[in-house]
Design a protein around this ligand. Structure first.
Ligand SMILES: [Zn+2]
Length: 379
């Protein structure tokens, strides 16, 4: 099955098309923005643009042999990498093979089901073996033309490891001087936590959260939701398609939309409470990899959704279950935080997102964040 169409990001698409036409597209780019907004999907669209046999001013044609094989994830010169959990392997060579096998399985699942989202019980990352594979493909001649494209997702998961200096250096060299005809498209939702040596070698391209309308269209057209269901899941999704997929009716255990409203209620009650106990309890219960593959990011999303509900309430409009949950909590606590204070809290959430890399303690970060928001909102 081909990948579903790319939704949103029209302005960035236009500027990439224009840069390509003027031969100004650098060989190493970093697409960054919140998680789940389609950064890797945009990377694959860019691969289509670069390899399309019949591209116009509008972008890749979508129907030529090259475009269709990119969309089926079968193009021999388009290499899609993503972090994977560490396999058990007895030697570096075995590790590399196990990672390649796992990547092939994951690609097959993505081909089969456009809504597939991997769930791992260990934090995924890039290991020396994976970087070696990227290097190996980059050293080969493209098989269909003169161009090859690498999409390397969540590159902030490329963390320094013992004995990995050589691989990290090789990756940096690849970024700095990619072989002729090779384009490297990296993506990250936490550009602040990238190795500075990576950041300085790529052109950053910032992507914004998707509009609710684009997400609702995706849910209707790709996930076959009714217009009403699509709209209510989109309103809680914070601009993220992945989050919308989890929140769609039938997308998780029980009713995911009311589960999010419950989470919003619990988080806001804790930050508005005069005693610190609830905040510490919530922080203590936070794990980086929760039961259903949910991570720290989900908690931050719920917190942000609740804070936006408070802001919308101040502006007189509420339109989602998260808004209603947020408002009822604020009313019960008899607080009416000033919009400026809520905005400050939202900035804290964003800052925490930047700090939240694979190897920080989410419990400490959350405790610190909830205490900060309490000071903002209650004083
Ligand atoms: Zn084409």
């Amino acid at each position: 099955m081909p990948l579903p169409p790319l939704y949103g990001h029209e302005d960035v698409r236009r500027s990439l098309i224009s840069a390509r036409r003027r031969n100004r597209l650098p060989q190493s780019l970093l697409l960054h923005g919140p998680s789940g907004i389609g950064k890797e999907r945009l990377g694959l669209w860019l691969a289509q643009l670069l390899l399309c046999g019949d591209g116009s001013e509008e972008g890749p044609c979508g129907v030529c042999r090259s475009c269709t094989s990119v969309l089926r994830l079968e193009h021999p010169d388009v290499h899609w990498f993503f972090p994977l959990p560490r396999p058990k392997a007895s030697s570096p060579e075995k590790l590399r093979e196990a990672l390649e096998d796992h990547r092939a399985e994951e690609l097959a699942l993505r081909r089969e089901n456009p809504l597939h989202r991997p769930e791992y019980d260990r934090p995924p990352a890039y290991f020396v073996g994976g970087v070696r594979t990227i290097q190996g493909y980059a050293a080969m001649r493209p098989s269909t033309g003169s161009n090859a494209v690498f999409v390397v997702g969540d590159v902030d998961r490329m963390v320094p490891q013992e004995g990995s200096e050589e691989a990290a250096n090789a990756f940096l060299k690849l970024l700095e001087e990619p072989p002729a005809g090779t384009t490297l498209i990296l993506t990250s939702s936490r550009p602040g936590s990238l190795l500075p040596t990576i950041r300085s070698r790529v052109l950053p391209v910032r992507l914004r959260p998707l509009a609710d309308g684009a997400i609702a269209d995706f849910l209707e057209e790709v996930a076959s939701l009714s217009a009403d269901e699509a709209r209510s899941a989109a309103r809680l999704a914070e601009g993220s398609v992945s989050r919308a997929i989890r929140l769609r009716p039938g997308g998780g255990d029980g009713d995911p939309i009311s589960a999010v409203a419950d989470e919003v209620r619990a988080l806001l009650s804790a930050v508005l409470d005069s005693a610190a106990t609830k905040r510490l309890e919530l922080a203590h219960a936070q794990s980086s990899f929760g039961a259903r593959g949910s991570d720290f990011g989900d908690t931050l999303d719920a917190l942000a959704a609740g804070l936006r509900g408070l802001l919308r309430n101040a502006g007189g409009g509420t339109d989602s279950p998260a808004d209603e949950a947020a408002i009822s909590v604020a009313q019960r606590a008899s607080v009416q935080p000033a919009p400026a204070a809520v905005s400050r809290s939202l900035e804290r959430v964003d800052h925490t997102r930047d700090l939240a890399t694979g190897n920080v303690n989410p419990q400490l970060l959350l405790a610190d964040l909830l205490a900060g928001i309490h000071r903002d909102l209650v004083g």
